[in-house]
Design a protein around this ligand. Sequence first.
Ligand code: 5GP
Ligand code: MN
Length: 348
Amino acid sequence: MSSSISALQALLAQPKQIVITTHHKPDADALGSSLAWAGYLKQQGHHVTVVTPSDYPAFLNWMEGNDEVVVYDKRQNDRQVRDLIARAEVICCLDFSCLGRINELGEYIRQASATKVLVDHHQEPEDFADITFSVPTAAATAELIFEIIRDLGHQDLITKGMGEALYAGIMTDTGSFRHPSTSRNVHLIIAELLKVNIDLSSVHRRIYDSHSEIRLRFLGFVLKDKLVVNREFNTAYIAITQDELRQYQSKTGDTEGLVNYALSIEGILFAAVFIDRGVAVKISFRSVGSFSVSDFSRKHFDGGGHHNASGGISYLPLDATVDRFLSILPEYKEQLTGVPAAVAPPVA
Ligand code: 5GP
Ligand code: MN
């Protein structure tokens, strides 16, 4: 048993006040791993609250425990959430690697006296937790939560509801079992989850086939009018203005997955989606193969993530952000095309 598991076991030996939190705009892995972990800890007699730093897409609302999630809102419940965090004996941080990713909650947690536990699979974790499970090779945080529960000797406590939340996290973070992170271990875990009769088709439908009509029309508009393919650098990108988001009544989650369409074009190795959120431009990057979008976003857009999936931010206007992005591409010509960048002639 690893030393982190022993430390966790000792920490959880008596009932505790526990807060679980996850990253801004939680996705299925963030919420699924948090709710499954909460389900386990509650069965162990702990008092558990899941707090998210922002709202999340409605297509995740079905998960067991969703109704008890506290969604942080600076204007609505700042005091309540601050108190929760200050009173917690244990704070579990799931599916993010640095406190800067969770807005105001990051500082509250940094200052909290609780024992902090980090469970995550992003690259370059910040060193803020007392007990750290950081496995960048893992496909999903949900995979790690399964393993932690199993290694604590309690796989039998995983219910169908917890199993479906974990399945949702693994399914989405592996791109429905197609990314290279989809290891043998991932499939073995799914086989274990099937023992509690998780309903694979139903989870898939609830997540991928629950669009509103206007969301599908938004997708049509984006693919027809907004997708730009740059063959010079095997790159495709999409930039969406605030007006366009308003026109299609965009809700949290509606822009999720757009970047994968850009990457699905034959020969495209690098895809980006720029969304004008008003306060900033939020960016998603994806790649296939050896080009590291994690390094790219860390270096140029104050971001990070995984080798083939990352995100970043820009405080320039949308057009200027895209111009800046295009001006950086020549630096990566060799990685993106195999052709070395032109060398400037020596200065005489
Ligand atoms: P997405 O494009 O789906 O929002 O994010 C892709 C991956 O990059 C996710 O694992 C996400 O946690 C990470 N990510 C997204 N935005 C940021 C960011 O601004 N900073 C960092 N460090 N990671 C990000
Ligand atoms: Mn994840």
